[in-house]
Design a protein around this ligand. Sequence first.
Ligand code: GLV
Ligand code: GLV
Length: 319
Amino acid sequence: MKPVIYVTRKIPDDLLEPYREYADFHMWEKEDTPVPRDVLLREAASADGVLCLLTESIDREFLDVAGNLKIVANMAVGYDNIDVQAAKERDIVVTNTPDVLTETTADLTFALLMATARGIVEATDYVREGRWKHWSPYLLAGSDVYGKKIGIVGMGRIGEAVARRAAGFHMPILYHNRSRKKTAEQELGATYLAFADLLKEADYVVSLVPLTNDTQKLFNKNAFEQMKDSAIFINASRGGTVDEEALHEALVNKQIRAAGLDVFDQEPISPDHPLAKLDNTVCLPHIGSASEETRSKMINLCLDNLTAVLKGDTPITPV
Ligand code: GLV
Ligand code: GLV
């Protein structure tokens, strides 16, 4: 009998096809809604492997009902939705999707930085709403990017890829990370700073840090107070790294200039979310790795991890 893989969201059939010889796939068929919790738990009971998204909480309750489970393949590089310790206790492998999404996510992060700095979204609305009557010297005048200091918090693969883009814009690169990154220091001239020093120095503070117990609400009231009043804050990691009330207050009080946010504490957000209502924010619906090419690569990597483990081989990208 072939092993059973449960896929928690509809994925394209042509991607699944080559893997059907190794496994039987059960799938939540709706493209745009997460699988209800009761369905997920029911399916977990008979699954040997699960391909899940960051919308699913893979916690002890889930793992306890999943008696046959050997692997959870998360279609994301971040895996704060998974209780990795609980999986380990049950000898269940957890994999994520690093590398394949690095450049795509760095592109989006940099695009968000530029869009926020230059008011691209506001400017588009300005044209579409028929408000463009004259050209004037300070019309929609934003902040420069070229030559300004970028401060990257979380210098992992994506952080380094953002730093490479910043180098092309002649931005001095500051970073904070758990460990020093000698290659980035040597090749990009990146300067390591303590967190508080980076906040004080950077014109652009970019969060790319994974969400862990240590980084919960890392960007709090105190952090925003230390930033320049001209600083622009960009978050492309997880909403949980930010105290959103403190960010809102900092934006309203002009303690910082603007924020570009791809992620939020509770997703999705509605148009009534306090941060979405400000005119100095750019809010995106968590699309960091969302290019067609990369999303397909992420799915393929999940399927490769699943079939490897279910065949008894070692996973390609275990966490
Ligand atoms: C998306 O946020 C990811 O972690 O891949
Ligand atoms: C603006 O369009 C300029 O020519 O400076």
